[in-house]
Write a protein that binds this ligand. Structure first.
Ligand SMILES: O=P(O)(O)OP(=O)(O)OP(=O)(O)OC[C@H]1O[C@@H](n2cnc3c(O)ncnc32)[C@H](O)[C@@H]1O
Ligand SMILES: [Mg+2]
Length: 213
């Protein structure tokens, strides 16, 4: 396997993935090379939506595919916007619209009650109907500020305060976000899974072949 499709239409995510996968010996191609239409995210969890997107991209490309479904779960909003993070302020909402809606929803909520977590689910399928996908999840905890700060990143980054760094996710140097974030942690877990499920079995097969003949 030397090529996989990255099943995302989000330019911010694609940029992060290109850094997170920079050491890999695999060509990671954008789904825009293959897709006519993006998948409908009808799942009830990040994992289900990641699988839907990975299967969709694999069906369109005929290649293995990796998808990321992610979002922000805010404690004071019972986990909203969660899986609806991209469309919190409505279908086609911009990042600025979503951030504005979040600030309005948290109006008057004191800082100690503004805890939130970014979640990321990664799903990898070898083919569109792969019965044993590789799936992993990770989260990144922080607080939602009362006004945006920083111009790096995307989505809710300008509102997401990372206490350990005393900066928002949009103020962090990219290499720091790519060390701490939900996506970074999920990719590290994925690397482990990839080794266990894709690399080791091939080595075992090759070794077994040598013993047989
Ligand atoms: O589905 P794809 O094509 O990958 O692109 P998308 O933007 O629709 O992605 P999601 O469905 O996974 O929605 C995730 C939303 O959660 C937010 N989000 C996810 N990860 C984020 C991050 O690292 N920083 C800021 N916001 C993030 C952002 O608003 C995303 O649009
Ligand atoms: Mg989406």
């Amino acid at each position: 396997m030397d090529k996989i499709v990255l099943a995302s239409g989000n330019a911010g995510k694609l940029k992060e993935f290109s850094q997170l996968f920079s050491g890999w010996q695999i060509a990671v191609l954008p789904q825009s090379d293959f897709l006519q239409e993006e998948a409908e995210e009808t799942g009830l969890s990040f994992i289900e939506n990641a699988l839907i997107k990975a299967r969709h991209a694999s069906a369109a490309s005929g290649l293995p595919a990796l998808a990321d479904d992610s979002g922000l779960a805010v404690d004071a909003l019972d986990g909203a916007p969660g899986i609806y993070s991209a469309r919190y302020a409505g279908a086609g909402a911009s990042d600025a619209d979503n951030n504005q809606k979040l600030l309005a929803a948290l109006d008057g909520v004191p800082m100690e009650k503004r805890g939130a977590s970014f979640h990321c689910a990664l799903a990898f399928v070898r083919s569109a109907e792969d019965p044993v996908p590789l799936v992993c999840t990770a989260r990144w905890s922080g607080h939602i500020l009362t006004r945006p700060a920083g111009d790096q990143g995307f989505g809710y980054d300008p509102l997401f305060y990372v206490a350990s760094e005393k900066l928002t996710s949009a103020q962090l140097p990219r290499e720091v976000k790519n060390r701490l974030s939900h996506r970074a942690l999920a990719v590290r877990k994925f690397e482990q899974l990839w080794h266990e499920e894709m690399v080791l079995p091939q080595q075992h097969q090759a070794d077994a072949g040598k013993k047989l003949f």
